[in-house]
Design a protein around this ligand. Structure first.
Ligand code: F0G
Length: 457
């Protein structure tokens, strides 16, 4: 008999979880203004809000914490971390930051000017925020395949070279860089192929435009290249990762995802001028350049995390679990962005709740329903997150309206996946009774989804 697949790690420490009653959840959700960001974590049973900073560190990472060097400048922890970043990404210059958006803040402070145009394959909301708050414009150049959730293509995160070239031509001299996000979080954790990475870099460079890789989930992207792209099956994840960065000019990294630490980030670049320029913003925002908002011990744990999470077995365990959840949803007929992404399943809320108009935020409504059903906290990646157009102030209803079930790394078991799928099935089975959505009572001018207050219609 063939042995079944099993995780490539075993569990050394556990944390109890608490279930709640429907009555409790109804009260808590109302108190949270129907915004799950406003819930207390203890009011949540299974937390799929994000895979960011929520992973479980390994015994080796915890051991590294004890070896941290907390010297203000030139700590050995910095050099250990820097050597790992150089090894994995081949970047010459490295600046630590406390998380991904801090890396964006530091680098973009140096690079972005009012009126600039910055194309990208679905910029993450903080990335877009750091562009728009500087009165520059982020233009999405993701391939059209990504818009059809039911279309099964291997690299749905890809850049449309046609769309990109049009932006580069129309904005000649006004594009300081392009953002290439791997995996493409916003369209469903969908990977970008090596071919597309190389073609994107070549096209940008033809127009003299540098490429910044938003690298939060680079290792999962490398896994998909290995398992889906011709010619990569025999390469190691580390070889693939290095190849992914051959032509890019710089990277911003949220280490809270594929670095498997609870907090951390960095900038890497091969451009000395950019390094010198960004350094000047690191010091006032993040701290001196050999710690940049991070503890020495955390730099150590990050170096170890990067090393482990660029090993095939670790990634295979991870992607296998996401796929396992997807298979259950297939069984129940629940529509999601196909194929399953790297870090999450993105349920197509427009298809689950077709009765609810865009103006009543279907995915946000589904988030509420899933929480009420079983205390599962998912996240809306849809019209609420898309926010308003900075000029017209109209809601941006042009994209997808998704419910993201982000799976923390090494935290939940496949049994938890069964609970998640069953809870969604229950909501799906009673979908016809859900005819009204939510309405905004109060919202912030930027990044409203974190603090928005809603009422249930
Ligand atoms: N880039 C991408 C692609 C991201 O997904 C995130 C964060 C960031 C940048 C910013 O990094 O959080 O360390 O400041 N994504 C999280 C998420 C928050 O839930 O998807 P950060």
């Amino acid at each position: 008999m063939e042995l079944p697949f099993a995780e490539s790690w075993k569990i050394k420490m556990v944390e109890p979880m608490r279930r709640s009653s429907l009555k409790e959840r109804q009260e808590w959700l109302a108190q949270a203004h129907y915004n799950v960001f406003q819930l207390k974590a203890e009011q949540v049973y299974i937390d799929l809000l994000t895979d960011s900073g929520t992973g479980a560190m390994s015994d080796r990472q915890w051991a590294e914490l004890m070896l941290g060097d907390e010297s203000y400048a030139g700590a050995t922890s910095f050099y250990k971390f820097e050597a790992m970043v150089k090894k994995i990404f081949g970047m010459k210059y490295v600046i630590p930051t406390h998380q991904g958006r801090a890396a964006e803040n530091v680098l973009f402070s140096y690079l972005v000017r009012e009126g600039n145009v910055i194309p990208g394959n679905a910029h993450f909301d903080t990335t877009k925020g750091h562009i728009e708050s500087r009165k520059a414009k982020a233009i999405d150049v993701t391939c059209d395949d990504a818009k059809d959730t039911q279309k099964e293509v291997p690299f749905k995160g890809n850049v449309s070279l046609e769309k990109l070239e049009k932006v580069l031509i129309e904005n000649k001299g006004n594009v300081p860089f392009m953002v290439l996000t791997v995996t493409n979080n916003t369209v469903g954790g969908q990977p970008v192929s090596m071919k597309n990475i190389k073609e994107t870099c070549a096209l940008c460079h033809k127009y003299g435009v540098p490429v910044v890789m938003d690298s939060a989930r680079f290792a999962e992207n490398a896994y998909f290249i290995k398992t889906r792209e011709e010619g990569y099956a025999d390469k190691t994840i580390k070889e693939i990762a290095l190849e992914m960065y051959t032509d890019v000019d710089a990277m911003t990294m949220s280490a809270k995802k594929d670095g498997i630490v609870n907090m951390g980030g960095f900038i890497g670049t091969n451009n000395k001028e950019w390094y010198e320029g960004a350094k000047l913003f690191c010091i006032p925002f993040e701290g001196y350049v050999t710690y940049g908002g991070m503890n020495g011990r955390d730099l150590n744990a990050l170096a170890q995390g990067l090393d482990e999470n660029t090993e095939f077995d670790m990634l295979q365990t991870r992607i296998h679990q996401v796929q396992y959840l997807a298979n259950l949803l297939d069984e129940y007929g629940i529509p999601y962005q196909r194929p399953a992404g790297g870090h999450a399943i993105f349920v197509d809320a427009d298809k689950v709740l077709p009765e609810i108009p865009k103006e009543e935020f279907p995915a946000q409504t589904l988030t509420c329903e899933l929480y009420l059903e079983a205390g599962i906290r998912a996240c809306e990646i849809g019209y609420m997150l898309a926010d308003r157009d900075p000029v017209t102030r109209e809601n941006r209803f042009g994209g997808l309206d998704l419910l993201r079930l982000a799976i923390p790394r090494r935290v939940y078991t496949d049994n938890h996946m069964k609970v998640i799928a069953a809870a969604l099935k229950n909501v799906y089975d009673r979908r016809e009774s859900i005819t009204r959505g939510v309405a905004i009572e109060w919202e912030a001018p930027l990044m409203r989804h974190f603090t928005v207050q809603l009422k249930r219609l």
